[in-house]
Every structure is written in C-alpha cells, then in structure tokens.
Design a protein around this ligand. Structure first.
Ligand code: FAD
Length: 310
C-alpha cells in the first residue's frame, strides 16, 4: 500500500506527487492521461517565472520533475471507485477500470475538469485556432480583435467584461431570453461601449478561413433568422465540468460536482484530500493547481504523522 496515492496527473497531481515524495513517503500517481489539460494547450504565458512555454513541453517537464523522485507513475489508469477506509487512519481503496485496485493510507484526488463544448461544426476544428475556453489564458492573444463570448452565466459575463478591456469588440451570445449572471455583472457589462449582447441566440457554426476562425453563425431563437458575425475569436463559456462522476455518493460534492475542500484541501473523508480544477477552489489555472496540489500533499503528510500506523 502507498502512504500517498495521487489520482490524476495534471499540474495538481504532479505537484502533489513531488511534495509527497520529498517527504520520503511511498508515493504513487495513477492517471488516465499524464499531463491533463496542459497536454491540450498551445501557448502558456502565465506560469510565473516561465514567460512562454507550450503544453506538451510543460507536460514533459512535469513528468521529468516527478521522475526525479521515487514516485510510482501508473499512466493510462482510470479510477472508477473510491472505497474509503473503514476507520480514520485505515487504508482507502481505489478501484481501477482495468480491474485492479490500489490501496493507500491517504489519497489525493486531482482528476481535473473539462470545458463543456458547444458541439457545433467548426468548434473542434478551430480549437486553439480562434476557439478558446480560458479568457485568463488566451484573452491577450486577441488584443484589438473581435471576439464572441458564448454563454451569459457568471463565467460568460465575467469573461466578456475581462475581454472588453483587451480586445476590440465583444459579442456576447446567450441562449436563453435573458442572461443568467448576477445583476451587478450584467449592469457592468451593459455599461461597456464595445460590447454587444445577443439573447435567444443559438450558435450553429464556427466558420474559418486559412486555418483560423473568421466568423460565427447563430440563429435568433425568437424569429428563426440566421445571422453571421465576422470575428477572430470565440470564447466558449458554457461550463467547466469536473471529472468527479466516479466519486458521486462517496464524497461530498458541490451542486456543480466539484469536490468540496477546505483551505487545507481536506474533503469530507478523513485522509482523503483533493486539489486543482476538480475542487471548489476558485479560479482554475495551472499555477493555482500546482499550489493546491502542493498544499494537499503537505496536509496528507500532516495527517500521516498524526495517524501513524499501529
Ligand atoms: P487536469 O489538468 O485536468 O488533470 C487531470 C488529470 O486527472 C489528468 O491526468 C487526467 O487524465 C486525470 N483523470 C481524470 N479523471 C480520471 C480518473 N477517473 N482516473 C484517473 N485519472 C483521471 N491554465 C493556465 O494557467 N494557463 C493557460 O494558458 C491555460 N490554458 C489552457 C488552455 C486549454 C485549452 C485548457 C483546456 C485549459 C487551460 N488552462 C490554462 C487551465 C489549466 O490547464 C488547468 O487549470 C489545469 O490543467 C488544472 O490542473 P489539474 O491538475 O487540476 O487538472
């Protein structure tokens, strides 16, 4: 059995494994795909002290760093079920899709999240070629250009406000008759002079030219009329879905499916910690996930020394 078993090999899981291994305790990391969302990212410009890197390069660096320590890396392993220890300090069990199971005195859950996609033609084709999901990450790449934000919930309206300060023009498209964001955000958005708000709009296609986004088609759901908007970027803000379906019923999740953690990364189960995009911690970013993973490992270590084996 491991002393620390990390589930998920993104920035949070990598940081957790390194911090745990540096305490000299037996550490394993099981991940469906080492690297996580970073593996799907092009340019990264906000990892402090690294002005520019690219996803695959950062994944290789994370893996190399983890390999500096005695960490048992189990890649391409999907966790399917968590069976918590019968008593505090006992062994937790994690069942894998391959039929195997792993046991550990502490578990750190860092299975990350995925952006909900619109599922329209062009979205996948122009991903990272104008279709973006993270305004904090990619906003500056559209300086002075025209973009759309899809979604009028809090994240969409926050993204539109944020982008309006960087880009030339923002078109916000909300599917419903009204935006769903907090009124204070809507009011702020309406006060900006380079933002157009479209409600009852259903995006039907992302169109491109020369391998880049050149526009977007949407249907006015009240009149049925089709419209085209010329632009260079589309930010999809219709939800970030945590990869926690497999934990439902075994651990406390928020209404959005995020693992509820406190400021020490403790979950509702003693000895089980969580970090990164899969949790309730606000602002889903690489640097934040790395910090959270480190915190979770330190909390796991603290738990181990307080609940030492008989
Ligand atoms: P993830 O990176 O999502 O990693 C989750 C890990 O868990 C993966 O290894 C996955 O395979 C594994 N996993 C999932 N389910 C299971 C399971 N059941 N069993 C076993 N393993 C499982 N952030 C920035 O700071 N800067 C950027 O420029 C930036 N750009 C981005 C661009 C894109 C296209 C995307 C999608 C995200 C971007 N982000 C960026 C956000 C950033 O990637 C995430 O905040 C960060 O990766 C979260 O780290 P994490 O370790 O919590 O989760």
């Amino acid at each position: 059995a491991f002393e620390v078993l990390v589930i998920g090999g993104g920035p949070a899981g990598s940081a957790a494994a390194i911090y745990a291994a540096r305490k000299g305790i037996s550490t394993g990391i099981a991940a469906e795909r080492f690297g996580g969302q970073v593996a799907d990212t092009m340019g990264i410009e906000n990892l402090i002290s690294v002005p520019y890197t690219e996803g695959p390069k950062l994944v290789a660096a994370m893996e190399q760093h983890v390999n500096e320590y005695e960490v048992d890396i189990m890649n391409m392993q999907r966790a399917e079920k968590l069976i918590p220890a019968a008593q505090t300090g006992g062994l937790h069990e994690v069942k894998l899709a391959n039929g195997g199971s792993l046991k550990a005195r502490t578990v750190i859950l860092s299975t990350g999240a995925r952006w909900r996609q619109m599922g329209v033609p062009g979205e996948e084709e122009y991903r990272n070629k104008g279709v973006a999901y993270c305004p904090h990450c990619d906003g500056p790449l559209f300086k002075g250009k025209r973009v759309a934000v899809i979604g009028g919930g809090n994240s969409g309206v926050e993204a539109a406000i944020d982008l309006a300060g960087i880009v030339g023009h923002v078109t916000l498209i909300e599917f419903g008759e009204q935006m769903r964001a907090d009124e204070v955000l809507q009011k702020k958005l309406r006060s900006l002079n380079n933002v157009k708000i479209i409600t009852s709009g259903q995006t039907t296609e992302v169109v491109g030219k020369d391998g880049k986004v050149s526009g977007l088609n949407y249907t006015d759901r009240t009149t049925g009329e089709a419209h085209h908007v010329e632009l260079e970027g589309v930010f999809v803000q219709i939800g970030l879905v945590p990869n926690t379906e497999w934990l439902k019923g075994d651990i406390e999740l928020s209404q959005h499916g995020e693992i509820i953690v406190n400021d020490r990364n403790e979950t509702s189960i003693p000895g089980v910690f969580a970090a990164g995009d899969a949790t309730t911690v606000p602002y889903k970013q690489i640097v934040i996930s790395m910090g959270e993973g480190s915190k979770a490992a330190l909390s796991a270590f603290d738990f181990l020394i307080r609940n030492s084996a008989e």
